[in-house]
Design a protein around this ligand. Structure first.
Ligand code: NOJ
Length: 539
């Protein structure tokens, strides 16, 4: 890495490992921690590694795995199907040896209904842990206390016959919400953070943070007037969640948690959010205004819902960048284990252009495992569906199995992911989109990622430089990144046609193209032509 003084997290390449599907070391068909340890050289440390700076591992905690581990029964341990606490320690040491930072998932809003706290809580109205969850009497007619919806379908309330009260679950019925109004809960959740920080993790990905603050009066959510029913069939979106999440205390609660992270030096947190504000930048402003920039930043999920349109991206990034203050860290997120993969959403050619965008925009760059291979979503039939979301709301495209298929390592059986039966079938494209094949192909999207990451590490402009949007052509998202000693121009052709850029590029030279195997285009008579979907870095 080129010599810079800024802390690592301001420009890290953060690689999301969806644990269940990354690498299975013991043939039980599910990814595990020893599997990650085996694959660390793929990620960092070696000449030929991908070269990422940090990994984020999805949950490994003991869990009945109804929601892929986001349903915890013990915050201080590891599920035996995923490994052991010792494996975590070995993993932390392995990361450290390679200069790799490690983030773990932290899920403060809800537990599993199998968690001993909830088991006790539901046992009687006077139980020790009763108030650790949100319990309410039915309305006079027996119906739920209000109209809040569960993200995964149906009411957010479940009647528990034993005590004849409803409990709140913003997600699955088997994921009861913790009661964040209760100080004991807040303290316990801070204790869990310290436990992992003491073990040596470098940071966290905080799950569902906007649910930590709800309306204390439990008022009904109003209908969502902005919903386009033809385009969006998700029942959860029929309401505007102004009371069931993103309440007044959301930043206060986040601050409480991030202040624990701040007790340890050099650690960082990225927070998942889905705020209600009509202008998303309002939410980010609140976050960046109120939460210490040295320990936390919010994911910006704007790209996940963005159309493949240069003008759209130019406006979106420009607007967001101009809302930031000096030290706030942008975290553009283009995909993860909850959303369609980039290659499916935009196409394979476009995935290359997107790779250049992800790795040249300011801040933390997020790569979801498999996207560096250009992997597309798998096809999971209704009978194979594992995601409970798909089972609750079948057939309308809400299930998340397609983007969670196993990481393809080879073109062999089960894509080299497992020697057993994979918990989800491998995606059909694995013969082409696998690590081994792409390593050998000098023009592959994997090698493009490696080149871009290496280039980024040597570029002060990309690591620390300012962002300035350009307006050169409606089909080309273009911007400069500038540090004291380097100025780069990035040109991303969003169209399937060649595009010629004029005088603005004079005096500059192309130094990296998404078409890594062809000669770089020259600036001729002050003009430069981008191939269809080509991305270029000029100096
Ligand atoms: C967000 C996680 O990314 C998702 O996978 C999970 O189902 C919900 N939060 C609930 O924890």
């Amino acid at each position: 890495m080129v010599g810079i003084t800024e802390p690592w997290f301001r420009h890290a390449v953060l690689y999301e490992i969806y644990l269940n599907s990354f690498y299975d070391s013991n043939g039980d068909g599910v990814g595990d921690l020893p599997g990650i340890i085996e694959k660390l050289d793929y990620l960092a440390g070696g000449e030929d590694s991908l070269g990422v700076d940090a990994i984020w591992i999805t949950p490994f905690y003991p869990s009945p795995m109804v929601d892929s581990g986001y349903d915890i029964t013990d915050y201080y341990s590891v599920d035996s199907s995923r490994g052991t606490l010792d494996d975590i320690k070995v993993l932390v040491a392995g990361c450290r040896k390679r200069g790799l930072k490690i983030f773990i998932d932290y899920i403060p809003n809800h537990t599993s209904d199998q968690h001993p706290w909830f088991q006790d809580s539901r046992s009687s109205r006077t139980a020790r842990y009763r108030d650790w969850y949100v319990w309410r009497y039915p309305k006079a007619d027996g119906s739920p206390p209000n109209n809040w919806l569960s993200v995964f379908g149906g009411s957010a309330w479940q009647l528990d016959k034993k005590t004849n009260q409803y409990y709140l679950h913003s997600f699955l019925t088997s994921q009861p919400d913790l009661n964040w109004e209760n100080a004991e809960v807040r303290n316990e959740m801070k204790k869990a953070l310290r436990f992992w920080l003491d073990i040596g993790v470098d940071g966290f990905r905080f799950d569902s943070t906007d649910y930590l603050a709800k309306d204390p009066l439990l008022r009904d959510d109003p209908p969502n007037k902005r919903l386009d029913k033809h385009k969006d069939r998700n029942p959860y979106h029929t309401l505007s969640h102004v009371h069931s999440r993103d309440g007044e205390k959301v930043y206060e609660r986040l601050n409480d948690l991030t202040s624990v992270v701040a007790e340890y030096s050099g650690r960082f947190t990225v927070a998942e959010n889905s705020p209600n504000k009509p202008d998303i930048n309002q939410y980010f402003k609140g976050f960046y205004d109120k939460i210490d920039h040295a320990v936390a930043a919010p994911f910006n999920f704007g790209p996940i819902n963005a159309p493949w349109d240069a003008t759209y991206f130019s406006d979106f990034v420009g607007h967001f960048q101009s809302s930031l203050r000096g030290t706030s860290v942008p975290v553009y997120c283009f995909s993860n284990h909850d959303h369609e993969r980039i290659a499916t959403r935009y196409g394979h050619e476009q995935a290359r252009t997107a790779a250049m965008m992800i790795l040249t925009l300011p801040g933390i760059a997020v790569i979801y495992n498999g996207d560096e291979l250009g992997l597309a979503d798998g096809r999971i039939g209704p009978r194979t569906a594992k995601d409970q979301f798909e089972r609750n709301e079948p057939g309308i495209g809400l299930g998340r199995d397609p983007e969670r298929t196993p990481m393809p390592w080879t073109d062999g059986e089960n894509a080299g992911f497992t020697t057993g039966k994979p918990w989800l079938p491998v995606a059909s494209g694995y013969k082409t989109y696998n690590v081994e094949a792409q390593d050998k192909d000098p023009s592959s999207i994997l090698n493009l990622h490696k080149r871009l990451i290496r280039f980024r590490k040597g570029s002060t402009a990309l690591l620390t430089g300012s962002y300035h949007g350009l307006d050169l052509h409606p089909d080309v998202f273009s911007y400069t990144r500038r540090s004291d000693n380097e100025k780069l121009t990035i040109l991303l052709n969003f169209s399937a046609r060649p595009v010629t850029i004029g005088r603005e590029v004079s005096g500059q030279r192309a130094i990296l193209s998404t078409d890594i195997n062809s000669p770089l285009p020259e600036v001729v008579n002050d003009h430069l032509t981008l191939k269809p979907h080509e991305g270029l870095i000029l100096r």
